[in-house]
Design a protein around this ligand. Sequence first.
Ligand SMILES: [Zn+2]
Ligand SMILES: [Zn+2]
Length: 313
Amino acid sequence: MFTKIKSFVAKNKKIVLLCLSISTLILTVVAITILVNSNQAAKANKKLTSGISSINRSETKKESNQNKNNSSSIESLQSNSETIIETNSSNAGKLKASSIASKKHVHEYTSKTIPPTCTVKGYTIHTCKSCGDSYKDAYSTPQHTYINYLCKFCGQPSRSEPIQSLRAWILKNGTLYDNGKAYYIAYGNYSISTLTYEYNKVNDDIQFVYDPNNESTESLLINMIDDISSCDIHYEIYKDRICGYVNLNPSKVNASTTLKLDNFNNYNGIQCTEEEFAQKMSDKLNDLINTIQDKLLYPKTGLKFKDFGFTSY
Ligand SMILES: [Zn+2]
Ligand SMILES: [Zn+2]
């Protein structure tokens, strides 16, 4: 067999070489074609890859922007403690922010004003409806709070309306007398000095009275009606049947002044002169004012004769 082929190749050497050349050429062309195709595919693949990566990049960028937005909003939320943050469990970052911020909330304060008493300062207290946080401010100094002329805490009369408030005070604290027609308070067994409020009389007046039990000796009283720019002063010495009267501004009363009488009556006309009587009346008045003020008026009511216009006392 080989012998036959060898002899064929030997006889047709040129034809065989030609055939080999042709087949080599064909193979080369096929190879080149395959190569070219594979390059194009690679290029296309490369394009595709870069497209994908650019998509990836833009998505990443978007995501990072979103994160940035999230984180900046977190920051703004954190910096603003007055914002309530909704929690969102699908986002870890937000969740973290929420857990920080949910401890903070808008304090919603309601205010209540506590008035001062005579001894304790007043203030305004602000309390948060949500968490109970509270603080105080607007402190006010202790003061009496007057209702109907008397302090509702300690019962003290108002110094700005002395006659009306002393009237209210005697009505509340005094002892009823004169068949239920008047109230009084007294120092020293109703004999040395007395404050009376004759509430059922037309004048409705307050009287500062020196009125010993034994009416055979003497009596002195100061009548005060609503106006503190004037007062009536009466003095009587019973045993001598002498009486005098004066109406004057309380500021004119002082220890060194002898009262100038509006009216002087000496029934017997023999016991003393008007000047002697006026001097005795002035001395007695000074004693009365000091005694009532020191023993009765000021200790019980906090009022002084000054409050009634007696500027020298
Ligand atoms: Zn709160
Ligand atoms: Zn008070």
